[in-house]
Design a binder for this molecule. Sequence first.
Ligand code: ACO
Length: 156
Amino acid sequence: MLSEEHYTLRRIQADDYELGALKVLQTLTTVGEISKQEFTTLINQWDTVKISNGLHYIYNTIVIIDKSINEIVAIGSILIEEKLIHKCGLVGHIEDISVLENQQGKKLGLNLINELIKIGKSIGVYKIILDCDEKNVKFYEKCGLSTCGIEMNIRF
Ligand code: ACO
């Protein structure tokens, strides 16, 4: 369990630019220059998509904030895909999981994944999937996931 005394876990907000949302994602990959305006527009757009589709959530990004420094130290998303198969079933895709380097090993990643799984289940997904590097397999196994299939991609 995440210590509520030390951390806040909540959905991302349009004003999280200042709290270092993009800095945490740089632990994962290249983020590039994103202005505050671009950030805010995108987060607000996610909210609009959510409402216009009539689903509770389409794209849900959550953050963990270290209260002592008032900064985002972990971030992750679950995208809900509406399919035709499985009677118009819902699938959750966990994406862009990142914990600030100096905060790793404190179970923040585990708490993040647990929360994303909880969100997916509450929406009614029949499965949750993700792609990751070999080096992260053990971590995701500790979070309750298991290896299935082979990841493939084509990059542009
Ligand atoms: N190898 C083996 N075990 C691991 C690893 C690893 N790489 N990472 C964590 N674990 C284990 C921990 O030891 C712990 O085990 P325990 O319960 O037996 O003590 C358990 O997994 C939970 O670890 P956390 O402390 O919650 O892990 P952390 O907060 O450090 O987050 C994460 C792990 C997200 C992989 C972090 O290291 C990170 O952000 N890495 C850089 C970015 C990245 O690779 N993100 C994942 C991309 S994949 C995707 O987005 C779908």
